[in-house]
Unconditional design. Structure first.
Length: 165
């Protein structure tokens, strides 16, 4: 467990079931993570689903927390929140009740069997970058670039801001 709190950025999304209710429950669970504090949340965004078949649009956002958990312990908690929301891992990029990804863990670069940080597709996903820009526009993603500049690169097509949290 880190001795000092580490600032982490976590994305979330839902496009299956009652997404608004599921997101609300997930945000409460993220606020209550052990050894964590200083919760900040982006606005919510609606984005077109990326994946196989016909899928509903996603509702997405990003939270920032400071945690004393190590990255793998934090991942365990995030996956438990997904499971409690009924997440089933059947089809890659398929519809899901809740998807939570650890985007950044401080300035750490992690490449383990269970976890890759920064998230490997962070620079390609406007539904992650624009919410991230709401709470950390000047953030420098290790080995990738500044969030505000990445937003300009990917553009806002098929992404609509819904509400601020």
């Amino acid at each position: 467990m880190p001795t000092e709190a580490v600032c982490c950025y976590i994305s979330f999304g839902s496009n299956l079931g009652d997404s608004e209710r599921i997101i609300g429950i997930a945000l409460d669970a993220l606020r209550d993570l052990p050894e964590s504090q200083h919760f900040r949340c982006s606005a919510l965004y609606r984005s077109r689903a990326v994946g196989p078949g016909e899928q509903r649009d996603y509702i997405n956002g990003v939270v920032a927390i400071e945690t004393r958990l190590d990255a793998h312990d934090l991942l365990d908690h995030l996956q438990l929140i997904e499971q409690q929301a009924g997440r089933e891992r059947r089809i890659r990029w398929g519809a899901r009740t809740l998807d939570i990804d650890l985007l950044l863990f401080g300035n750490a670069v992690i490449d383990s069997a269970r976890l890759t940080v920064p998230h490997p597709r962070i620079a390609e996903r406007n539904f992650v970058l624009f919410p991230l820009a709401d709470i950390a526009p000047t953030l420098e993603i290790p080995g990738v670039g500044r969030v505000s500049e990445l937003c300009q690169t990917v553009g806002q097509q098929d992404l609509r801001r819904l509400i601020a949290n």
